[in-house]
Design a protein around this ligand. Structure first.
Ligand code: LLP
Length: 424
């Protein structure tokens, strides 16, 4: 197999399918995913963790909840890390066993907790003491004991973008690591809970393993303290977070380097380690295919106006994220340009003053590394369609999410048909 997104005979392909064929079949913009790339990254992450004896891998569904993607990852032996009942629905529908599901999330509603208990999911990651108390009562009322771990906030700066950093004490996630022993002791007494360990997640798109190792060493001390207090600690959830190279040439930690570090940092723990990778598994397996609408003169450099926008791929507007832009028919010529979408906001800009493949109106291009936090963060802003998703497998492709057109959104809206309630 050749690389998932590679130029062949002057045309960018997704596996063995030329991208113009996808544009002709489903239109643009469209997300295009490679099964081979998904399998390769899923296996690479697992292989990197070979030195870890007991582990459970749960794909962070938030990164890409497409049913076909989840089904493929289920085949690869991945469970799911979910943060809502909606994600649970997707994971179960994809065939992931309930027992493989971990429920993370700082704001689980009582209704969501009930749905997860009814489904019999594998583990709840508690974000605060009160959540544990409520869950214990709900589980006991059902004659269940809910397997749970306590998420701690180790107060570590992961060195990532502020909006995707989660392990500093001012962040909303977890309980302060210094309070964890006391909170754990109170929760461990509750009948409805089978409290079995702790969890952390310090941030996403992590490019440096040192903050992770520091976080793990703090968790190691906590595990020792909890054991000294008489608790049986059998599971530690290390969260997700391994970053990707979005800019050509960016150096990122390999799964092998990560696995070596994890094995070193956790060698005395004697627990089942749980991992929740999202971006690493899905990111490089997807591109956003787009058409150049116009090339417009700008004050400094021209604007390349594409038909994809911030509503389709929000990361540049939200996090100043870099997504490599490449032409589907590269000629070797280059240009310096701004790349922007049609949405009526100056923030709908993918790049400023970037050196890119020369393109003109009507050309196809892709934004790379868009398989994670791409389609799932899309919106219908400006009454734009929800972008479709296409999965490639060798020379075959399948539409795995339809374009949801404005007509469908309009059909779900209503001109008020006022009603009065009974006592009026
Ligand atoms: N586990 C927990 C508890 C998380 O909060 C997250 C991500 C993950 C696992 C997966 O992290 P990953 O392996 O993907 O780094 N929308 C942002 C990313 C938000 C990540 C939030 N939590 C972006 O596009 O960069």
């Amino acid at each position: 197999m050749s690389l998932p997104f590679e130029c062949r005979d002057g045309v960018l392909h997704a596996e063995d399918v030329p991208l113009p064929a996808i544009a002709a079949a489903v239109g643009t913009p469209a997300y295009v995913y490679s099964t081979a790339a998904l399998r390769t990254s899923a296996r690479a992450f697992r292989a990197g963790l070979a030195p870890v004896p007991r582990k459970h891998l749960a794909f962070a569904v938030k990164a890409n909840p497409n049913l076909a993607v989840l089904r493929l990852l289920a085949e690869e032996g991945y469970g799911a890390d979910i943060v809502s009942a909606g994600e649970m629905l997707h994971a179960l529908a994809a065939g992931m066993p309930a027992s493989s599901i971990i429920f993370s999330g700082v704001g689980k509603s009582r209704r969501e907790l009930a749905a997860a208990l009814d489904a019999g999911i594998g583990q709840f990651n508690l974000e605060l003491e009160e959540e544990g108390v409520v869950l214990a009562a709900m589980a006991a009322a059902r004659g269940q004991r809910a397997s749970a771990v306590l998420r701690v906030n180790p107060d570590i700066d992961a060195g990532t973008h502020a909006k995707i950093s989660t392990g500093r004490k001012q962040n909303k996630f977890g309980v302060a690591i210094d309070d964890a022993v006391e909170i754990y002791a109170r929760l461990a007494r509750l009948d409805g809970l089978a409290l079995r360990g702790v969890a952390i997640h310090i941030g996403s798109q992590l490019l440096d393993l040192d903050p992770l190792e520091l976080a793990y060493s703090r968790v190691g001390s906590l595990v020792a303290d909890l054991r000294a207090a008489g608790h049986a600690i059998t599971h530690v959830d290390l969260g997700g977070g391994l970053g990707l190279s979005y800019r050509p040439g960016d150096v990122v930690p390999s799964p092998a380097a990560y696995g070596t570090m994890v094995a070193r940092a956790t060698r005395d723990w004697n627990v089942t380690l749980m991992f929740e990778p999202g971006r690493f598994v899905a990111g490089e397996a997807g591109v956003l295919l787009t058409e150049v609408l116009w090339v417009k003169p700008g004050a400094v450099v021209p604007y390349v106006i594409v038909d994809a926008a911030m509503n389709d791929l929000a990361r540049p507007a939200l996090y100043d994220a870099f997504h490599d832009f490449v032409a589907v028919h590269p000629t070797g010529a280059r240009m310096v340009a701004n790349i922007a979408g049609p949405v009526c906001e100056s923030g709908d800009t993918f790049a400023m003053g970037r050196d890119i493949d020369a393109v003109s109106a009507g050309d196809l291009a892709v934004f790379r590394t868009a398989g994670a936090y791409g389609a799932t963060m899309a919106s219908t802003y400006n009454c734009r369609a929800l972008v479709p998703e296409v999965l490639i497998d060798g020379g075959r492709f399948a539409v795995v999410a339809d374009r949801i057109a404005p007509e469908a959104m309009l059909a779900a809206q209503h001109i008020p048909l006022w009603m009065t309630h009974d006592d009026e």
